[in-house]
Design a protein around this ligand. Structure first.
Ligand code: SIN
Length: 358
């Protein structure tokens, strides 16, 4: 762990956790090909030194590099380590807030994971955890990382009137709940979009804030983080024209514990999958239906009646439904070990049925 500027870690500070991403990326020819680069090349200390001259002097920082990866390579182990680091920091009285620099490709998964595993704790400790990233690598003209990082540091450290502790994200000057940020364009500089109304980070909007408070009131217990090596294996399968039963059948021979079906339209799947998916459920594989359209909710028993046990994802996208199902399967297992007869569907319902201001 290192400090920028160097302060003892027991003094009040903002903890900055580095995960990598384009914000830490380098382009070999920044002037000519700014979009040809490698993510996760420079350390979080270097990112902080880029903004050091404009950081308000009352913000003391401690940094910690947890990973330096392209976030498409994010693993269960990375998420587990990040979740534990955030929990530890939330419980540490010397930490005032937490900033996480992260790749935008899978920031959607990490945002939901942190909400479900640490959202209640952040709220009760009145600390903000702010995820941020960038669309341009750090060494190209007009790189957006420094301003996003600065916004995140300010938001994590200032007592913006009435904005409670919680898990947030900031990109392009706008803040949202981290569970609402997702990349929605392959190349656009505005690709990480909020799925919900967002707020300018320096001007919290009351209707957005009431949505945040509704979600926080409903989220009354964090889910356990699976132990390393015990994350449930969950895959996403996309239904499409010309789908073959074999696509599902091959999973029946594996140890997969859950399948998220990214269905067409309202979350329906190809008729060729009906029988193999019934078999999957008979074998005890958990099944969640979502939509591949990228927007809108997937509702129970629409367009057809769901098979018993299959759960619709509500507003959760495929990647979010996958994280939700992993945590729900793990939570049910932990509950059963202490004699509580709860199912993954009980836990998944708490996630999928969060108030929709998104
Ligand atoms: C990544 O997700 O690590 C690369 C892309 C990005 O950060 O925008």
């Amino acid at each position: 762990m290192s400090s920028i500027p160097c302060i003892p870690e027991n003094r009040p500070h903002i903890l900055v956790l580095g995960m990598g991403g384009t914000i830490a990326g380098l382009a070999p020819n920044p002037g000519e090909s700014p979009l040809q680069y490698q993510a996760g090349q420079i350390g979080v200390d270097s990112l902080l030194s880029q903004v050091q001259s404009v950081i308000p002097p009352d913000i003391k920082l401690v940094s910690r590099q947890l990973a330096n990866i392209n976030s498409r390579n994010l693993t269960d182990a990375h998420l587990g380590e990040l979740g534990l680091a955030v929990k530890e920091a939330l419980a540490d009285p010397s930490v005032r807030g937490i900033v996480i620099t992260h790749g935008t490709d899978t920031i959607e998964e990490t945002g939901l994971f942190l909400q479900l595993s640490c959202g209640k704790l952040a709220h009760t400790q009145s600390k903000r955890v702010i995820l941020t990233g960038a669309m341009l690598p750090s060494n190209v003209p007009g790189a957006d990382g420094p301003s996003n990082l600065l916004d995140a540091l300010r938001w994590a450290s200032t007592s913006i009137e009435n904005c409670p502790g919680g898990i947030y994200a900031v990109m392009g000057g706008r803040g949202c709940m981290a569970m609402d940020l997702a990349k929605r364009h392959a190349t656009s500089l505005n690709a990480p979009l909020q799925d919900s109304p967002s707020s300018k980070v320096n001007l919290i909007n009351p209707s957005w804030l009431s949505g945040v408070k509704a979600v926080q009131a409903a989220w009354n217990e964090d889910l356990p983080i699976p132990q390393e090596g015990e994350w449930p294996w969950v895959e996403i399968l996309t239904s499409h024209a010309g789908a073959h039963p074999e696509t599902v059948n091959q999973w029946l021979k594996s140890e997969v514990q859950g399948l998220v079906i990214a269905g067409s339209g309202q979350g329906g799947f190809h008729d060729a999958w009906a029988q193999p998916l019934s078999k999957a459920m008979e074998q005890g594989i958990a099944l969640v239906r979502t939509t591949r359209t990228g927007a809108g909710a997937t509702l129970a028993n629409i367009p057809e009646k769901d098979a018993p046990g299959c759960r619709a994802s509500g507003v959760l996208t495929g990647p979010r439904a996958r994280i939700g199902l992993q945590l729900a399967l793990n939570a049910a297992k932990q509950a059963n070990l202490v004699g509580k007869p709860l199912t993954w569907q009980d836990f998944f319902a708490r996630i999928a049925d969060l108030p929709e201001f998104r």
